[in-house]
Ligand binder design. Structure first.
Ligand SMILES: NC(=O)c1ccc[n+]([C@@H]2O[C@H](COP(=O)([O-])OP(=O)(O)OC[C@H]3O[C@@H](n4cnc5c(N)ncnc54)[C@H](OP(=O)(O)O)[C@@H]3O)[C@@H](O)[C@H]2O)c1
Length: 261
């Protein structure tokens, strides 16, 4: 597959796993994030597996940065086939105690960062008459869990945006897939502890970043509106639609009391 793929938050975790997997299958990869050292490190890893890498320092909260990221990708590789809006982080805590300034900052990254990435890629897709947008949400973008309300709201916001946009794009050659990972082994949890001031114990099922990347790779080959890299997570989403009260009791088990660090 010799596609051109751009990934926000592509230097670490899920984004890096997608970059490496797609590079191995012959794709040209562009990655962005705020830390130059991590981007350069990931770019070296991509080249080491035989891929082409374009690392770009860019902040998803800036529409200009996202336009620059997409422009640099198209200038380097001649087109853009896949855009993965992946950059994001979490915040943990009792719903009524979460600092609203922190919640707003997170909404800027997780939600508006997604909108900025999508808005930068869509004109290219429309010009090419082809393209595939991925939005990395979370299972908590389908069903909230205790102590994750502010984060969950950003993930539901991505889904609302995605569903409206997907309906606008229906019947065109542009695809949109929303990805719903469960708990994934990345730096996400240490970053969340840094923002929240609380550590959390790992509970519930887990998957690797490469499990998510594998599901995204499959959907690039065969586009689907919704992707559940951990298959049983779809059952939770379906169950919540018909029996939300039952789901409240079920997910309560995954609600960890914050542990001050
Ligand atoms: N890990 C999980 O359990 C899990 C579960 C469900 C969904 N997700 C979602 O998966 C996505 C990726 O998370 P991850 O697990 O791979 O965590 P991660 O390793 O911490 O990756 C997050 C990436 O986002 C980048 N980023 C953060 N703020 C940014 C900004 N303002 N502009 C540009 N890049 C920014 C970070 O790079 P810089 O800091 O260098 O900018 C980092 O590369 C997130 O949207 C997360 O919500 C994760």
């Amino acid at each position: 597959m010799s596609l051109v793929i751009a990934i926000t938050g592509g230097a670490t975790g899920i984004g890096r796993a997608v970059a490496l997997r797609m590079a191995r299958s012959g794709c040209a990869v562009a990655i962005c994030g705020r830390r130059r050292d991590r981007l350069d490190q990931a770019a070296d890893e991509i080249r080491a597996v035989g891929g082409q890498a374009l690392p770009v320092v860019a902040d998803v909260t800036s529409a200009q940065d996202m336009e620059r990221f997409v422009r640099a990708t198209v200038e380097q590789y001649g087109r853009l086939d896949v855009m993965v809006c992946n950059a994001g982080y979490g915040l943990y805590g009792e719903s009524e105690a979460i600092d609203s300034a922190q919640a707003i900052d997170m909404m800027h990254v997780n939600y508006f960062g997604t909108v900025n990435g999508a808005s930068a890629a869509l004109p290219v897709f429309k010009r090419q008459n082809a393209g595939h947008l991925f939005i990395v949400s979370s299972i908590v973008g389908k069903r909230g869990v205790p102590y994750m309300s502010a984060y969950s709201a950003t993930k539901f916001a991505q889904v609302g945006f995605a569903e409206c946009l997907r309906a606008e794009l229906t019947g065109t050659p542009i695809h949109l897939s929303v990805v719903y990972p469960i708990s994934t082994d990345t730096e996400f949890f240490s970053v969340m502890t840094g923002h929240s001031g609380f550590a959390t114990r790992a509970m519930g099922p887990k998957q690797s970043a490469d499990d998510v990347a594998k599901a995204i790779e499959k959907a690039i080959a065969r586009p689907r509106p919704e992707i559940y890299p951990y298959k049983a997570a779809r059952i939770l989403a379906l169950m919540n639609a018909v029996a939300p009260g039952l789901c409240d009791r079920l997910v309560r088990r995954w609600g960890r009391k914050p542990i001050p660090v």
